[in-house]
Write a protein that binds this ligand. Structure first.
Ligand code: FAD
Ligand code: NAD
Length: 514
């Protein structure tokens, strides 16, 4: 397997805030808040705590900013936008368009120069210490952090540069690609994780994508759009399998339209070198090949630095936390150890990390509160994009809700008529049949990542379909799509209550009329 990202960075602390005091000549420096991992979560929590006068140190072994700006969200979105534009232009010069995309990706990621991010922390009064941390916790609370520098990863951290004493610890170490149990995978040349797929300048002739989650779907659409013969293999019966089925169906149609050979309901069993480069044997007897194999089969939290702290770990391998993101030990929340972002596995998105970090910052400032992730959005930036929030219908039923669902095709509204949109996409609502409260929703359609924000608010606000049916959207905005589905759900809820549907005033206008 290709190596993970290289250790980068000048290898020095960013000089800004005054150094924290030492406890004595040889005693470690003391800090109020130690944040391990300088990604999205740290960039949110650190400055908030420092602004309140706390001595905050962020320890980062790689790039300040973490995954999102350099290896994940930003480069993937830069490539996706370039890919959508290239497809829309109908241009056949894939090599030239790929070069434009790579240039845009470089610009968007500042060529992986994190100095601006480091300066941002310094300006916010946060001390940055570059290196890999390993941790100890004292029986009475607080503990030590040993920071080593020069090695490529927490497993090979390099020389000890400093030991700090912390009062409160925020573990924000993110996640790394998980390697699936596929025979022979380790021995095969030409495998990529998303890191390589988002940093390579090379446009392969063919690509195998293992996994049909967000990474697999987004990157399959990117590479196929630039003429790469792309095959995607997914174990589940559909893509984005945790969402309502209409999501996976629409995304599959989009990927197929971009030329991706989508194979769902099959598992890769064996990988070997041969053919175009890499060969995968699937459990349905088929054999597929590609110049590169992108392993996009999930990520696992990075827990190396907390080895030995006795913290609880979930079945999914994440740090267990309570609703205030306090780490648990023996089932009990610790007041001096928090875990935020991908490392706790609760909401593995940049906005999830940022939200949790805001909640933790409030606790650090003496105003603890529970986090509430109801309505946490899940977006996938294929074209047309996906926006899902709250529970899928299946998850709601499993949680014990009596559910009604209602849907509306994205091409069946005035805006679609104006834009001549006849592509895939559906809005689907998941409503509690007893209360009429919107439990969840998914939307696939043009700009759904933007107008679907209204569904996030509705789920987070626990709004009911009676109220939602009174919300008026401007004509001809995409948001008008919601009304027919909302009215359908409302009428189903009324019927369940024995109220019967009430005729709707000015009911959903025929799709293509003003
Ligand atoms: C390909 C891809 C695309 C994505 N696209 C999106 C998207 O469009 N939108 C979205 O919301 N989310 C997206 N995500 C998810 C998003 O990137 C993560 O949820 C987010 O970056 C998590 O932030 P974090 O702060 O928890 O961790 P990270 O950003 O991973 O930061 C953790 C940091 O900790 C450091 N670290 C680890 N161990 C130690 C240690 N012992 N000592 C010192 N430092 C350490 C690491 O070097 C790393 O920099 C994407 C993910 C991938 C893989
Ligand atoms: N737009 C976004 O917000 C965005 C974009 C990309 C990634 N992310 C985040 O990054 C993380 C990782 O995403 P991901 O897509 O890698 O993981 P994922 O867990 O969402 O999806 C992995 C998929 O791989 C499949 N799979 C596993 N082993 C397989 C095998 N042997 N053969 C065939 N299929 C197999 C699984 O069934 C699953 O559907 C997630 O937390 C995701 O939310 C977010």
């Amino acid at each position: 397997m290709a190596s993970a990202q290289q250790a980068v960075g000048p290898g020095t602390s960013t000089p800004a805030p005054p150094p924290s005091p030492r406890g004595g000549d040889d005693a470690p420096r003391e800090v109020d808040v130690l944040v391990v991992g300088g990604g999205s979560a740290a960039e949110t929590a650190g400055p908030r705590a420092a602004a309140a006068g706390l001595r905050v140190v962020v320890v980062e072994g790689d790039l300040v900013g973490g995954q999102c700006p350099f290896w994940a969200c930003v480069p993937s979105k830069a490539l996706l936008l370039a890919a959508h534009a290239h497809r829309a232009a109908g241009d056949e010069d894939h090599a030239a368009a790929w070069q434009v995309a790579v240039d845009r990706r470089r610009e968007a990621t500042a060529d992986r120069d994190d100095s601006g991010k480091a300066e941002g922390l310094a300006e916010a009064g946060v001390e940055l210490l570059r290196g890999w941390a390993s941790l100890e916790r004292s029986p009475g609370g607080g503990g030590l952090a040993h920071v080593r520098r020069g090695g490529p990863s927490p497993e090979e951290p390099g020389e000890l540069v400093e030991t700090l004493r912390w009062r409160t610890l925020v573990v924000a170490t993110g996640s790394e690609p998980a390697v699936p149990p596929v025979d022979g995978l380790d021995a095969v040349e030409g495998t990529w994780t998303s890191d390589e797929a988002l940093s390579s300048d090379h446009l392969p002739t063919s690509l195998l994508v293992l996994g049909g989650g967000a990474v697999g779907c987004e990157l399959a659409q990117v590479y196929a759009s630039f003429g790469v013969r792309t095959t995607l293999v997914e174990t589940a019966p559909r893509l984005l399998a945790a969402e309502n089925p209409s999501v996976g169906e629409a995304v599959e149609a989009s990927l197929r339209a971009a030329g991706v050979d989508v194979r769902t309901g099959v598992t890769a069993r064996r990988a070997s070198s041969g053919g175009d480069g890499v060969v995968l044997d699937l459990d349905d007897g088929a054999r597929v090949e590609g110049e590169r194999l992108l392993v996009a089969s999930g990520r696992k939290p990075r827990l190396q630095c907390v080895d030995g702290l006795g913290l609880d770990v979930t079945d999914a391998g994440a740090l267990a936390t309570d609703v205030r993101y306090r780490a648990l030990a023996g089932g009990t929340p610790l007041d001096d150890v928090f875990a935020v972002g991908d490392v706790n596995g609760r909401a593995p998105y940049t906005h999830g990390a940022n939200y949790q970090a805001r909640v933790v910052a409030d606790a650090l400032l003496g105003s603890p509160r529970d986090g509430d992730e109801t309505g946490m959005p899940r977006a996938v930036y294929v074209e047309p994009p996906v926006l899902a929030t709250g529970m899928s219908a299946e998850a709601a039923r499993e949680a014990g809700h009596d559910v009604v669902t209602a849907s509306q095709a994205s091409h069946d509204t005035g805006r679609a008529h104006v834009e001549r949109y006849d592509g895939p996409g559906t809005v689907e609502l998941v409503v509690d049949a007893r209360t009429g409260v919107l439990l969840g929703a998914s939307a696939v359609g043009p700009e759904a990542d933007s107008w679907g924000g209204e569904l996030v608010l509705a789920v987070r606000g626990r709004l009911d379909v009676e109220l939602l049916a009174e919300v008026v959207h401007p004509f001809p905005a995409w948001g008008e799509l919601l009304l027919p589905a909302v009215e359908d759900a409302r009428d189903q809820v009324r019927a369940r209550r024995g109220e019967g549907p009430r005729p709707t005033q000015g009911a959903a206008a025929p799709a293509h009329t003003a």
